[in-house]
Design a protein. Sequence first.
Length: 348
Amino acid sequence: MTLSVCMIVRNEQKVLARALACARKFADEIIVVDTGSSDDSKDIAAGFGAKVFDFEWTDDFAAARNYSFSLASGEYVMWLDADDVVDDASAAEIRRTVQSGGFDVAMLPYRSGAITYMRERIMRRDMHFKWQGAVHEVIAPRGKVVYGNAVVTHKKMSGGDPLRNLFIYQKLIARGICLDERQKFYYGRELFYSAMYRQAVAVLEDFLNGDGWVVNKAEACRTLYMCHKNLGDGDAALTALVRAFVWMTPRAQDCCLLAAEFAERGDLDGGEYWYRRALDSPEKREDGGFVDESFATVVPMLGMAVICDRRGDYAAANEWNERAGAVSPGNASYLYNKNYLATKLNGG
């Protein structure tokens, strides 16, 4: 079985060589579609033996990705971004997965900062999968879907344009295009990222009234929680967070947020209850949602340390803090607590 790795790039000379060096470990063919670079991106790609093509940018990521897939000749196609990296172990795993074949879509973990989520990463070419969505583009998996462990890590070296995605959505709306449910969800999140909280609330509430994916609905409730917190409406924030439970079993993140709300309101028993639920709530990557493992480990452990400290039980607080330190020894809160609790335990 052969694999074509397809990339779309624009002015990525700072990171492109790194991504191509990774791709070369498992790709039989590398396709690079350039959408208008003014730097050395195309020359760098050619230097790695990639097949380089031009594509006129139309504010449509799906169109560019579909063009890149149309140029592939491998039995399987895989997409990478220019600022993605794959370590040696994952590269070998990707190679084994492709050589074994027998699947139509391989879902692989995508790690970006503290967040990990499953993405459709490798597709059988003769299934003619199509990308959808001008931004936050996606392929709807079908056929035989397998879940792998090879991790692709998104490692940016520069911030990029934080308003790019928001402007693309606003251009679509200005042209009279009605956003589908998935686009509404991501448009609401882009408004939140841009601190346009009231507009984000309106869009996300509209999304919740539609027939979107339940995982996105639960995430929309978490985003609404943060919007209302930033708007200074604690009651609306708490209500929004609890609404996530309508769509899904509470995630560890939900439990931690609820615990912090109870503790902030002086209900330490309520805080303890929800932090313990977070520790009992392992995240499920297969549902496709965003997963931050710290909410099932370090965050509730540190939260329990704070609650025990507020009760005056410094020995228990120290035990919880050390549990957090065993998971994340460099955590700034753990290190601060360590010094603070040492003073308390020594009678200070």
